[in-house]
Design a protein around this ligand. Structure first.
Ligand code: G6P
Length: 404
């Protein structure tokens, strides 16, 4: 339905009118979801079901886009507009909440591989700060629901100022999907838990596909790296399955920390937004105060919080930030903080140093955010359940924020 329309549905009829009582034109289309998707099945909560669905939803996001031999990548919704995209001198990504965190991961990926300047802004800030925009700018609006008011108004404003607008939405036919010039759907299926999980990993997958496509078209990466990145993405679902298989270790760890008053999450590079998202998940559903920080900023404030009551979750896989993050871990350890590390499978050095480890399989750094977030989603889930919270419908939060 369009804005300002009203539907009347009875057993045998459907009418749609405008608010001033005129008949509205409409088309009926069948949604592709099955009823099973809106049932919990054997899971205690929708959020847990959605966390466990991620191997499938990520596969749904890249299926039909990456060729089976990893040599080509097609983003159907962007084909016509790609010449315009290639002319863009700057990309601005806007969103709210979890979608804003996905945007931050996108910033790292696009700048690293496609070498175009990227800015990320909260839609609620962007819409009011009279940003400088021109037809050389490409604005990407990210939204699971496609109905978030701040994001919708921000994209309208950017359109008025002449920028090209792309959408990354999950809900097909939503307002944001309709009002953008072109876009890429995330295909994560219906997300019911208020705290976003599978929609986040689908958004990051789309942004990774977009960054790889742009890098390839702009000749910023070799054919070998292009194939390698596509292959690494297709290996993610199987790798997430191995993390999910070890969910009981995460549950046991949650038992240890469920009564903490605060938690600090640290990460670097594209894993800094993963730390932000991990902290947001904990806040949203367990009401435990949690902050995400870029690990290098720790010495400028959060280190003052560290004592033997503070759990510090450090996203520390073996990548080119490893040495730096290990020294952050040592700083926390010296102040008796309790460290939970998200570490590469088999990293015995880190295991010796920290209190608890959530292992993730080794992967290319471009796709590690998709793995690193999964144990953090489960950790928040188990803490919230142990604290007796309403996981799927946390207090004061809404799934879709259609008001300012
Ligand atoms: C609400 C939801 C969040 C979501 C945010 C943005 O705050 O509770 O889970 O990340 O809105 O929603 P969107 O649909 O635009 O991604």
């Amino acid at each position: 339905m369009k804005d300002n329309e009203v539907a009347v549905i009875s057993r045998n009829s459907l009418t749609i009118k405008t608010l001033d009582d005129k008949p509205a034109s409409f088309q009926i289309s069948q949604v592709s979801q099955s009823i099973g998707e809106i049932e919990k099945g054997d899971f205690a909560h929708f959020m847990l079901k959605e966390i466990f669905e991620q191997p499938k939803t990520i596969e749904d996001t890249f299926r039909g886009r990456i060729s089976p031999d990893h040599t080509s990548l097609v983003l159907g919704g962007l084909i016509d507009i790609f010449p315009t995209i290639l002319r863009a001198k700057r990309i601005i990504i806007i969103g709210c909440g979890t979608s804003w965190h996905a945007a931050l991961v996108g910033e790292y990926l696009i700048e690293t591989y496609a070498r175009i300047p990227v800015e990320v802004d909260y839609a609620s800030e962007f819409r009011y700060r009279n940003p400088v925009l021109s037809p050389d700018d490409l604005v990407i609006a990210i939204s699971q629901s496609g109905e978030t008011s701040d994001t919708l108004v921000a994209l309208r404003m950017a359109k008025e100022k002449g920028a090209t607008i792309l959408g990354v939405c999950n809900v097909v036919g939503s307002s944001i999907a309709r009002e953008t010039d072109a876009g890429v759907y995330t295909h994560a299926g219906i997300e019911i838990g208020v705290a976003s999980t599978k929609a986040f990993t689908a958004q990051v997958t789309v942004l990774a596909l977009f960054a790889i496509k742009l890098a390839h078209e702009r000749n910023e990466i070799s054919a070998e790296l292009f194939h390698e990145l596509l292959r690494e993405l297709t290996e993610i679902p199987a790798k997430i399955r191995t993390i999910l298989e070890k969910h009981l270790i995460i549950k046991e760890t949650a038992e240890k920390y469920k009564d903490a008053a605060n938690a600090l999450y640290l990460g670097r590079g594209a894993l800094f937004p993963v730390a932000l998202e991990g902290a947001l998940k904990l806040k949203e559903i367990s009401y435990m105060h949690a902050e995400g920080y870029a690990a290098g900023e720790m010495k400028h404030g959060p280190i003052a919080l560290v004592d033997d009551n503070l759990p510090v979750v450090v996203v520390a896989p073996r990548d080119h930030y490893y040495e730096k993050i290990v020294s952050n871990i040592q700083e926390v350890k010296a102040r008796k903080g309790n460290i939970i590390a998200v570490a590469t499978q088999g990293d015995e050095v880190l295991r010796e140093m920290v209190n608890d480890v959530f292992e993730i399989p080794d992967s290319h750094p471009a796709v590690t955010p998709l793995l690193a977030i999964v144990p953090l989603q489960l950790f928040s889930y188990y803490i919230a359940v142990l604290r007796g919270c309403d996981v799927d419908q946390p207090r004061n939060l809404a799934k879709s924020v259609t008001v300012e």
